[in-house]
Design a protein around this ligand. Structure first.
Ligand code: 1GP
Length: 255
């Protein structure tokens, strides 16, 4: 499957996408089967697979068990260069453009490039922007970078524009897993108005209304992890809320 064209087409046609983030460490928790069934029923668009720290080496097993049960594309969202597997469909090749840690801007990429060049994975080069979500997150600690302050919409906009100009194919604004506050709507509006490439937003989205608002503000792709791990049933309402933004006409929205 060509993943990037599917993101591009969705952006062009205003079809919002809903992503469930699966942390391979959590595969041992009994709710994995339930999550997969609900994801199929709710027509979840993609799985992102990864975590800042994956400690149980369950990545391959996680990917295989998802593939056995459904056709939802699996995209690696690696927290480090050990989280690679040919069993996925694609990989977010992340450059942490909100930070100034050279290793995460280009260093790790050089090391992993030969492996990825030979792999069947579709490479999705992505400008990754950490946005302050109200609490220190694992990503900001591990990456040794400062997130963009939550109210600095202009900094986020300029960073995203620079990422697009550098040729990155997508922008991912992340308040970090388990963030207290998701990325603000005003920041999403400003960034989505400034770049043409697909905009992914995640971190701290816990309910369908918030997911709807973020998509409405201009996010093309909404990512939810923690809330769904805690309550898998949320998948149904969240996916429906995000997908509904695509189908609503402006006239319907005003009602
Ligand atoms: C984190 O954007 C993802 O990188 C998802 O965050 O786990 O808070 O939903 P949550």
């Amino acid at each position: 499957m060509d993943l990037y064209p599917s993101f591009q087409t969705a952006k062009e046609t205003g079809q919002k996408k809903f992503v469930v983030l699966i942390d391979p460490d959590k595969i041992r928790l009994g709710n994995m089967d339930q999550i997969l069934k609900l994801a199929v029923d709710a027509q979840v668009d993609y799985f992102f697979i990864g975590g800042s720290l994956v400690v149980n080496n369950m990545l391959d097993q996680c990917l295989s068990s998802i593939k056995e049960k459904c056709d939802i594309p699996m995209i690696l969202f690696p927290g480090n260069s050990f989280q690679l597997s040919y069993r996925a469909d694609g990989i977010l090749f992340l450059s942490l453009i909100s930070g100034r840690n050279a290793e995460l801007l280009i260093g790790k990429h050089v090391v992993t490039a030969p492996y990825l060049k030979l792999s069947p994975l579709e490479i999705l080069s992505t400008g990754y922007m950490l946005i302050d979500g109200g609490i220190p997150t694992t990503v900001s600690y591990i990456s040794n970078t400062q997130p963009i302050p939550a109210n600095k919409d202009d900094v986020a906009m300029c960073t995203a524009i620079a990422g697009e100009m550098l040729g990155l194919k997508m922008i991912y604004m992340d308040a970090g897993s388990g963030a207290k506050n998701p990325v603000r709507n005003s920041m999403i509006e400003m960034v989505s108005g400034a770049v043409q490439i697909p905009l992914i937003v995640g971190g701290g989205i816990r309910d369908a209304v918030t997911a709807y608002e973020k998509a409405k503000a201009g996010a093309d792709v909404i990512v939810v992890g923690n809330a769904i791990e805690k309550d898998p049933q949320l998948i149904i309402d969240m996916a429906a809320a995000v997908h509904s933004v695509s189908t609503k006409t402006p006239a319907t929205d005003k009602q």
